[in-house]
Design a protein around this ligand. Structure first.
Ligand code: M6P
Ligand code: ZN
Length: 192
């Protein structure tokens, strides 16, 4: 017997705008939400003393049925840097260790950073059209290294859960910073 949440739903994605309609939940992440993630604490302080810039927008549509759940998320990551470090998502690992995710880069360019709790690290170069599978047990973060907005679509089970603690505590092994106008990987001092 189907209940009212068990029927198919479609939303319409606008590729040029990087938005979809209808959207059920919208959330903003500002520098104050990411202050622990950036290396240059003086740059964070200096910026926050005059403004709290928007780093990314999250657009969600949770599909919850009587048997399962799945989320559609669209992340809109603005171009820019804090100090010399590019704008990025906070990054998280799933609370459930059997839960993967798909990320699909629609617009812009940058990197998907992936890391296990043992410190295995990968950086997947991203451009519009790249689709990445994030296996279970890999923390994930997206970095925008271009001068336009980076938009990606995510799909995952809502039951996966978001754990931000390992990222706040130690961060990723590599920081993505600008050197001579180009994105460069820097070993994080927190891993040395
Ligand atoms: C994607 C999904 C979401 C995540 C968002 C931003 O849309 O992975 O689950 O919340 O990106 O990433 P973060 O939570 O690390 O800031
Ligand atoms: Zn995830």
């Amino acid at each position: 017997m189907l209940n009212e949440n068990d029927y198919p739903i479609s939303v319409q994605f606008d590729f040029a705008a990087g938005t979809f309609d209808p959207v059920l939940i919208r959330d903003d992440r500002r520098l104050s939400d990411l202050r622990m993630m950036y290396r240059d604490k003086d740059a964070v302080k200096r910026t926050l003393s005059c403004e709290d810039p928007l780093i990314y927008e999250l657009w969600y549509y949770p599909f919850e049925t009587s048997k399962s759940d799945m989320a559609l998320g669209v992340t809109r990551l603005l171009p820019g840097k804090i100090g010399d470090e590019y704008h990025m998502t906070k990054g998280h690992i799933h609370e459930r260790d059997d839960q993967p995710e798909i990320y699909f880069c629609i617009k812009g360019a940058g990197y998907l950073l992936l890391q296990t709790s043992d410190g295995e690290f990968r950086a997947e170069p991203w451009q519009a059209g790249t689709i990445s599978h994030i296996p279970p047990m890999w923390a994930h973060r997206v970095v925008n290294t271009a001068d336009e907005m980076l938009v990606f679509v995510a799909s995952y089970h809502l039951s996966a859960g978001h754990d931000y603690r390992p990222i706040v505590d130690k961060g990723f092994r590599k920081l993505v910073v600008e050197r001579d106008g180009k994105p460069t990987f820097l070993a994080s001092p927190r891993w040395e």
